[in-house]
Each structure stands twice: as structure tokens, then as C-alpha cells.
Ligand binder design. Structure first.
Ligand SMILES: Nc1ncnc2c1ncn2[C@@H]1O[C@H](COP(=O)(O)OP(=O)(O)OP(=O)(O)O)[C@@H](O)[C@H]1O
Ligand SMILES: [Mg+2]
Length: 362
């Protein structure tokens, strides 16, 4: 904004200088006509040539040329005689002697010319500075993206080997009750899907065009499955409680179950990360209304300061989390919007946070 201001201001000053030259040269010509009315009327070229020659002594006169019946009677010049950014060629107004033509070229005073040159140089510098700032920003953004891609590939790669070990072990879990075995296997499958997504697409592409597989499913079923998984994930933290109230019964939603579960999982992770000493309560409630369902995830964690709250949902906004990438809520908002829903977050520092998801009913 500052650069644009400098540019516009210097441009205006330049235009002002040029208009000033046109005006002062017009006034000077009028003065010359009045002072030499008799010579101009009689076509006294001898007198006119003497006076015009004398004019050439002035710093502001660049050229003088005159013809009488197409015969040149004066042609004096110090440089270019044409109208330009710093020159103004002016015709002397002679209504009485039609065969007399006199042109005087005025020059912008030297200090104004230098000031104009300095302004042009400033403008060029401003343009360069603008492009430099812009290209630096672009380079930073590109470097950030490349880093993100490299990181995603590394994560996907590193996840895969412990995952294949888990996969193998899960097939021997005969003594584990079937219900729990299914939870473990579905969790492994989800990690597998995420790792595959990371490898197949760049993370940027992953965020920009999350592939959506939309189906009509009971909302409670999607939420229950992910809650079962999260309870297992945090089972070694007895002070973390996940309470659920899924009274939406069989209300169906048209959504991509895998992505919606990823969103819920990220929101629950955020709540857990907001607890002091791994102690706190998360309440997940599902309500069905005429045209939509509302899923809320509420915690009694440390809350979000206002200055962070207003920026949430932008890519890269993270606060108070070591190695936080600030992608969780960005992905959540984007995914829900693509499903025709929305995410609203309200929070109070010291009291807790409420994440509200609204999705259309099928
Ligand atoms: N329930 C919550 N309680 C307190 N702070 C929260 C909560 N949810 C989000 N935040 C704040 O919002 C920030 C952004 O969250 P987001 O999930 O987008 O990124 P992140 O958790 O920092 O990183 P990641 O990409 O690993 O999820 C967090 O760093 C945290 O400061
Ligand atoms: Mg997060």
C-alpha cells in the first residue's frame, strides 16, 4: 500500500511539472506577441530576428525558428526543438501577418528536470521494490510448500513400516473380543488410508482438493466409530474423559465418512492438546433438526485467545503447540464446506472450547 502511495504521489508531481511548463510557455508567448505587436503586424523580420536571437540567451529557451513567405529568417537551437516530456514547442500567435510563422521551444528549468528525473528513478525503484517483495513472498510460499511435501512423504514413509507390523499382529488377535478387534483393524485401516493419501498426492493437493466420497449414512454411526477409536487411543490417560450424547437416532447425512471422521479426530486431538496435565473432559453431542444435524465437540481445556480465535481456519495458524502445523482446522473447515456444512468455534480462555459442526440432513 505504501509503495502504491509513493508511486501515485511521484506520478502526480511529474504531471504537475509538465502542466506548469505548458502554462508558463503559453504566457511567455502571449507576452512576446504583445510586446512586438508592431513588428509582427508589419512582418519586420530584421527586428524580429534580433529580438528572437536575444531570447536565446535565456536558459528556458531551447529553440527559435521563423519563416516569412516560406523563407527562413531565423533558426537557432540548443538541442531538440520538439515537444517532449521536458520541452514545449509553442507557435507565436500572429493574426495580422498570415505569411509569418514563428515557433519558440521552451525548456523545463534545469532543477525541475533533475527533480523529474529523480522522481522517475524513484518510480523505477518503487516498481523494483514492489516486485522484489512480491517475488520474495512467492519464493517463501514455494519453499514452504516444498518443505510440506517433503515432510508429508517422510511421514507417510515412516508410518508404513510400523503399520505393516501392526497389520500382521492384528490378524493374530484371536483372544481379543471381536468388537475390540474390529476397532483395532478399522483404526489400522484409517492410518493406512491416510498414509496412502499422503504418498499418492502432495499435501497441498491433498488440502486443495480433498477427494470426497459422498454417501448417505446415519450420522451417529460415523461418530460412534471414531469415538470408539479415540477412546482406545487415550485409554492410558484415565483423566481424559470422552463423554458422548448421540441422541440423533437414525438421522442420515450425506457426507464422506472417512473425511468427516478425520475432522472429528482432529477436533478431539485439539481438545486433548488443550488439557493441562492430560486431565479434562470432552463432550460430543449429536442433535438432529429438520434439515440439518449438529455435532458439537466441547472441552474444558485452556481455551483460545481472541487474537488466535479470529484467525482460526487459515492455513498455518498454530499456537501453544510444539511442532503444530496449523492444518487441522484448515482441513476441517475446507472439508465441511465442501460437504455443504460449516464449522464454528467459540472459546473462552480458562473455560474451554466448543466446536460446532453443522451438516445438511440427507
Ligand atoms: N479445543 C481447543 N482448545 C484450545 N486451543 C485450540 C483448540 N482447538 C484449536 N486450538 C488452537 O488453534 C490452533 C490451530 O489448530 P489446528 O488444529 O488448526 O492446528 P494445530 O493443532 O496447531 O496443528 P495440527 O496441524 O497438528 O492440527 C492450535 O494450535 C491451538 O492453539
Ligand atoms: Mg490440531
Amino acid at each position: 500500500m505504501f509503495l502504491v502511495g509513493v508511486f501515485v504521489a511521484s506520478f502526480c508531481v511529474l504531471v504537475f511539472f509538465r502542466l506548469n511548463l505548458s502554462e508558463t510557455s503559453a504566457q511567455a508567448i502571449q507576452q512576446f506577441s504583445q510586446q512586438n505587436r508592431f513588428e509582427l503586424a508589419t512582418g519586420d523580420t530584421m527586428q524580429l530576428a534580433t529580438k528572437l536571437n536575444a531570447l536565446m540567451a535565456s536558459e528556458s529557451i531551447q529553440c527559435v525558428d521563423g519563416t516569412y513567405s516560406d523563407q527562413v529568417f531565423i533558426a537557432a537551437k540548443k538541442g531538440s526543438c520538439f515537444t517532449s516530456a521536458t520541452n514545449q514547442r509553442q507557435k507565436v500567435d500572429i493574426s495580422t501577418a498570415k505569411n509569418l510563422d514563428i515557433f519558440i521551444t521552451y525548456k523545463m528549468p534545469r532543477f525541475l528536470t533533475y527533480s523529474a528525473l529523480a522522481l522517475i528513478a524513484t518510480q523505477i525503484l518503487v516498481i523494483f521494490a514492489f516486485f522484489k517483495v512480491y517475488s520474495d513472498k512467492m519464493n517463501l510460499a514455494l519453499a514452504g510448500k516444498e518443505q510440506l511435501i517433503a515432510m508429508a512423504n517422510q511421514v507417510a514413509h515412516d508410518i508404513r513400516s510400523p503399520l505393516s507390523a501392526l497389520n500382521m499382529v492384528s490378524s493374530f488377535l484371536h483372544e481379543v473380543p471381536q468388537e475390540k478387534r474390529q476397532i483395532v483393524q478399522s483404526a489400522i485401516q484409517r492410518i493406512n488410508d491416510i498414509a496412502n493419501d499422503l504418498l499418492v498426492k502432495s499435501p497441498t493437493a491433498l488440502l486443495e482438493q480433498t477427494q470426497i466420497a459422498i454417501n448417505t449414512i446415519p450420522a451417529a454411526q460415523i461418530v460412534e466409530a471414531i469415538l470408539a477409536e479415540k477412546r482406545i487411543q487415550f485409554q492410558n490417560y484415565p483423566q481424559i474423559k470422552i463423554v458422548s450424547d448421540l441422541s440423533a437416532d437414525q438421522a442420515q447425512i450425506t457426507a464422506d465418512a472417512k473425511n468427516l471422521q478425520r475432522v472429528i479426530s482432529n477436533l478431539i486431538n485439539n481438545s486433548v492438546e488443550a488439557f493441562e496435565n492430560q486431565r479434562g473432559e470432552i463432550t460430543v453431542s449429536l442433535r438432529a433438526y429438520k434439515n440439518q444435524i449438529q455435532l458439537s465437540i466441547k472441552d474444558n481445556g485452556r481455551g483460545i485467545p481472541d487474537n488466535i480465535l479470529e484467525k482460526l481456519g487459515e492455513q498455518g495458524i498454530t499456537h501453544g503447540k510444539a511442532n503444530g502445523s496449523g492444518l487441522g482446522l484448515y482441513h476441517a473447515k475446507k472439508t465441511l464446506t465442501e460437504m455443504g456444512g460449516q464449522l464454528n468455534i467459540t472459546s473462552k480462555v480458562g473455560a474451554g472450547t466448543l466446536a460446532n459442526i453443522v451438516l445438511p440432513r440427507a
